[in-house]
Design a protein around this ligand. Sequence first.
Ligand SMILES: [Fe+2]
Length: 305
Amino acid sequence: MFAECWVAALIDVVFEGLLVHDGEAITDANERVARMFGFDHPSELVGLPWHALLAPAGRRASDERVRKGVEGRYRTVCRHRDGSTFSLDVNARETRYEGRRARIVAFRYPGDGPPGSDPLIQKAAALDRTVQALAETIEQRDSFTAGHQDRVSRLAVQVADRLGVGASTLATIRMAAHVHDIGKIAIPAEILMKPTTLTSEEFALIKGHVAAGHCILQGIAFDGPVAEAVLQHHERLDGKGYPAGLDDPICEARVMMAVDVYDALSSARPYRAGVPPGRTIEMMQDGEAWLLDAEVVRHLAAVVL
Ligand SMILES: [Fe+2]
C-alpha cells in the first residue's frame, strides 16, 4: 500500500495519468489523466463514477480483477469524453487517501507513447478524422442535419452502452450515427426543408439518401459495418422500412433507427415545435413498438426521461 503522503505528491508530479477513486466515484485526478480522457481540468473528473472512463468490456475486466484481487498492470478499453474508445495500459493498487481506503489508478498509452505511436490507435484516429470531415461537409449545407447527426450519435452511444455491446460495436454505432444522413448531400435543399407534404417523387428522392450514404462510406476501411448500418437506418422490424424492407437489421442499425426517430420527433423544426421527450417515448412505445426494437426503446427511455 502506498503511503498516503506519497499519493498526494504523486498526483501532481508524475507524467502518467493518475486518479484516485473510492470504489465508486473519482476523488482526485491529475492534469494528464484529464487530458487523456478529453477533459479541460482534473476538477471535471472529481465526483464522476470511475466506471464512466471505461468501455463496457473494460468495466467487466476491471471488476473481475478487483474481485479476484489481481489488479496490477493490464491493458483495457477506455472511453473518451466524446464517446470514442481507445486502449490504455492501467496499473491499479489499493491505498489510503484522505483517511479512507481508496484505489490509485495510473494510465499510460500503450507503448509508453501518445496516440499515434500505436498503429491501431493511429488508424482509429485517422478514421475519426474522416468521419468528422464528412460530418462537417454536411454542416456547410444543412446545419439542422449536422446537429441531428451529432445528437443521434451521442444518444446512440449512451443507449448502446446500456445494452452492453462490445467496444467495436460501440465505435461503429458512434461513427455511423455521426454520418448517418451524409447521403442527404445529394438531395436538393428545398426538398429537405419542405414544410408541406412531399410528392411521391420527392419522397423517393429523400429515400435515396441511405443508398447515397452507403456509397460514400463503403470505400472507407472501417473496422465495423459503418456503411451497412447507415444503409439500414430506415429499415423497420416489420419489414416496412426502406431501402430493402429488411425485418432483421443489424444491431448497430437497430440502435440508430430508434434514436433517429426519437430525435426527429422531439426536435423543433422551423415549421413545428418538438414533441416533449415523455410524449415522444410514449408514441414510440405505444404506437410503433413493433416497428422498432423494444429493448433499444426501453434503454433509450431510461437515458432521456
Ligand atoms: Fe436518415
